[in-house]
Design a protein around this ligand. Sequence first.
Ligand SMILES: [Zn+2]
Length: 164
Amino acid sequence: MSHLTDSQLQSLADGTLRGPEGLGAREHCEGCAECGAELSIYAALSGQLSTLRDPEPPTDFTATVLAAVQVREAQLVTRRHTLLAAIPAFALALFAIVGWALNAQVNHLIDGVSVARTVWSAVGPVFAAVRVPLGIGAFLFLAVVLTALSRTLRPVYARLTAGS
Ligand SMILES: [Zn+2]
């Protein structure tokens, strides 16, 4: 019988080579000094490997992960609140923009209608005077809402990050 291969020796050492093949291999190792020496090396390695254990995680591992998750959740909540608070401001801004577009559209439409034009000539300047303050007001409102929101949420966020 020829010498055993490395994989045969390893299988024999960790006990996965069984049956007639395993029996023949073991018999060969008992008669062959070269394979016997290699088998004893693999057996020693296999024994040492089985004594290895998974490394222990640090004791504060769970706490650290939980704190990180909490901070992440706080960030998500903050973002959600910001979005919710921004919706009315955006709606107002949209209203101003739509009003502006509508104003231009109506001006165009009314060109051929003299009576309506008379009415519009009275109302038009009012719209024209109002649309710019309306737009500015919408954006100011958005700025105020965002500032107030960041003021109220900052202590909560600071408390969470200080605890980690
Ligand atoms: Zn051999």
